[in-house]
Design a protein around this ligand. Structure first.
Ligand SMILES: C[S@@+](CC[C@H](N)C(=O)[O-])C[C@H]1O[C@@H](n2cnc3c(N)ncnc32)[C@H](O)[C@@H]1O
Length: 286
């Protein structure tokens, strides 16, 4: 069957060599139709894609989203699912050729037209932002901490340069998009050198987003460690002060470190440490 061969090819491309291989789930339409085949292939994604998706759809709370851009689309899980959820068009940027190709095959199986989904097999560097086509929603997940390593090595030669660079990058984006779904890792160059000390990771991320023209509308945290992982929607402007909020997040992070690999879900526990953010632009002109 033609589609089964395509699914096998897609899985091969997802697993193809590369730093961010074997990362995302397949979109629901393929999981539902080819579940048995996927079981056979022993495919176990571990980046909480489905809980991340549910969180952002709930957080966006039926806002009008017509035009999406996904920077660092990987194999397109969020592009496909959010296009479908909002009836939107999407442009996806993914520099790793096998992943962009996998996304192209998924697009073909799902009969998605070129006018609805544009896949660019290229990255977005700081200098590209000025000419980037904007939109209603930017998906920008787990890319920025790779600056200086995966891209813009000439601009971020040392970790000390990362924060200023990132404020510039995020500021460029805040002039182009109404909303941004954002997530950030805390390791630089894949090693144990942290971008921020754990204790201040949340506070510094918040400061960085605010300095670059973004207002945080909600934060997603995993709070129930016993059941299936699920991100809760938390508002920063709740009656508790934001200091309490920082303390809580730091508490969760400590808990994850303590649990380490003993957490039994198919999840990378470090990944669970990364809050989700839905941000609204304070600078984009209508
Ligand atoms: C850690 S993965 C995150 C994937 C996805 N955004 C997610 O969170 O599920 C980072 C992705 O960004 C891509 N990438 C790296 N540098 C990029 C750049 N300058 N512009 C766009 N994508 C980039 C990588 O190839 C990889 O697919």
């Amino acid at each position: 069957m033609k589609d089964s061969a395509s699914i096998k090819k897609i899985i091969d491309l997802i697993n193809a060599d590369g730093k961010h291989a074997s990362y995302q789930e397949l979109p629901a339409i393929l999981r539902n139709s080819y579940g048995d085949l996927l079981k056979e292939m022993n495919w176990i994604p571990s980046r909480l894609d489905i809980p991340r998706l549910k969180w952002v759809i709930d957080s966006l709370n039926a806002k009008k989203i017509n035009k999406i851009v996904d920077i660092g689309a990987n194999t397109g899980f969020f592009s496909f699912e959010l296009m479908k959820a909002f009836g939107a068009t999407c442009t996806a940027y993914e520099p790793h050729a096998p992943h962009a190709k996998a996304m192209g095959l998924i697009k073909e199986i799902c009969n998605i037209s070129d006018s609805d989904l544009k896949i660019e097999n290229s990255g977005v560097s700081l200098n590209d932002i000025e000419n980037l086509d904007g939109g209603d929603l930017l998906i920008f997940l787990n890319v920025l901490h790779h600056a200086g390593d995966d891209f813009d090595r000439d601009k971020v030669g040392a970790l000390s340069e990362w924060s200023k660079y990132s404020v510039n990058y995020l500021n460029g984006l805040s002039c182009k998009f109404d909303y941004m779904f954002f997530q950030l890792g805390n390791a630089w160059k894949g090693s144990s050198s942290k971008i921020f000390k754990d204790k201040i990771f949340f506070a510094e991320t918040k400061k960085m987003l605010e300095e670059s023209g973004w207002i945080i509308e909600s934060v997603g945290l995993i709070e129930n460690f016993l059941g299936e992982p699920r991100y809760e929607i938390r508002q920063l402007n709740s009656s508790r002060g934001s200091e309490d909020f920082f303390r809580e997040i730091h508490g969760f992070r400590k808990f994850f470190r303590y649990c380490g690999n003993r957490i039994s879900f198919n999840v990378d526990y470090k990944f669970m440490n990364r809050p989700l953010y839905l941000c609204r632009s304070a600078t984009k002109k209508a």
